[in-house]
Design a binder for this molecule. Structure first.
Ligand code: GLY
Length: 342
């Protein structure tokens, strides 16, 4: 064999080896970010049940977890009676509805929008930020500009009911978060409350599709009567949502400031990485908030929800009343999380 031929053969074998190695490396990464092949979707609060049902239609048909969670999040975002997410959400103290949302998959791809106005489905804008831009987060005017450039339509998100509640709140203008107010509102107790303040919260959805890919989505109108420009935990990767396909996913609901300062959802995922099961990991993250200031913690609510890559789930909250919804091939149910204070 000529030297030249030998050289070409060796080079070809080398190139094929490199290609094979690349492929196997990609396969290893993919494998690492995949969990169980049994689809599952879980979400915060009892109103998550309807969102799960929508997500499930895609999951059960073999669809992608990110598409499924996006569709699930659309349910509360479009519901004018849900005054803590999307259309009909309570406005800030200036009467403007401003929305926060983010989305993430198990390979750490993520997108986020904050303080977005006039767009009913911020979760879909966040998804496009993830898929179409080199960035993770767009805020305010820039986020709106990006949404409009991508075909989203401007809408008035302030419903008469939320405007009325805001005007009522203006009479005292007192900002005082009320524990689990979102849940009470959903259960129809809202009329028993004074003109305000009504408060949180957020829907966070976590899921695994039939390929084992993990994902998460989080969307909210944030704290009612917040200062203009205030951004909560929900659009912040690591605070309101975190997903790592090697371990699992977590999301939060409640007073966002407390979740931001403890990097709450990231903390939960890292605790699962250390071997804590989902409920224990959520409990430890709650304890960090409580231990910082136990007296203060008596007056505020935060709940964490987690899913590991095997499909095990769990939740924990500072106070009673934090509910979450679960849907998989065997069950569809609403559960109440255990809490630090009973
Ligand atoms: N957890 C939602 C917020 O604080 O805005």
């Amino acid at each position: 064999m000529s030297q030249r031929r030998k050289f070409l053969q060796t080079s070809l074998a080398g190139a094929l080896a490199v290609l094979w190695q690349r492929k196997s490396l990609a396969a290893v990464v993919k494998e690492k970010q995949q969990g169980t092949k049994d689809p599952v979707v879980i979400s915060t609060w009892d109103f998550g049940k309807a969102a799960n049902a929508e997500a499930w239609k895609i999951l059960v048909a073999g669809g992608d977890v990110i598409d499924a969670l996006e569709k699930g999040a659309h349910v509360p975002e479009a519901d004018p009676n849900n005054q803590t997410v999307g259309y009909g959400g309570f406005p800030d103290r200036d009467g403007k509805v401003t929305l926060d949302a983010c989305i993430m998959d198990g390979a750490l791809n993520c997108g986020s929008v904050a303080a977005l106005e006039h767009i009913m489905h911020p979760i879909s804008v966040a998804k496009l930020v993830m898929q179409k831009t080199p960035h993770v987060m767009l805020v305010g005017e820039g986020a709106l500009q990006f949404a409009l450039a991508n075909g989203f339509k401007k809408q008035n998100l302030l419903t008469p009911a939320s405007e009325k509640a805001w005007k009522e709140w203006l009479k005292t203008s007192k900002y005082e978060p009320v524990i689990n107010i979102e849940n009470k509102a959903w259960q129809g107790d809202k009329k028993k409350l004074p003109g305000g303040p009504y408060n949180h919260d957020t829907i966070g959805l976590l899921g695994i599709d039939s390929t084992g890919k993990m994902g998460g989505a989080c969307t909210t109108s944030g704290a009612a009567w917040k200062m203009r420009g205030r951004v909560g935990d929900s659009p912040i990767i690591g605070a309101g949502l975190y997903v790592d396909g090697e371990v699992g996913a977590a999301t939060s609901s409640g007073l966002g400031e407390e979740v931001i300062r403890t990097c709450g959802s990231h903390t939960v995922v890292e605790l699962m990485r250390q071997g804590f099961d989902p409920e224990a990991a959520c409990r430890k993250a709650v304890e960090r908030i409580v231990n910082r200031d136990p007296e203060r913690a008596k007056k505020l609510q935060v709940g964490f929800l987690a899913l590991d890559k095997a499909g095990n789930y769990g939740a924990f909250a500072i106070h009673k009343g934090f509910t979450y919804s679960v849907k998989n091939g065997r069950e569809e149910k609403v559960l109440e999380a255990k809490s630090y204070f009973s």
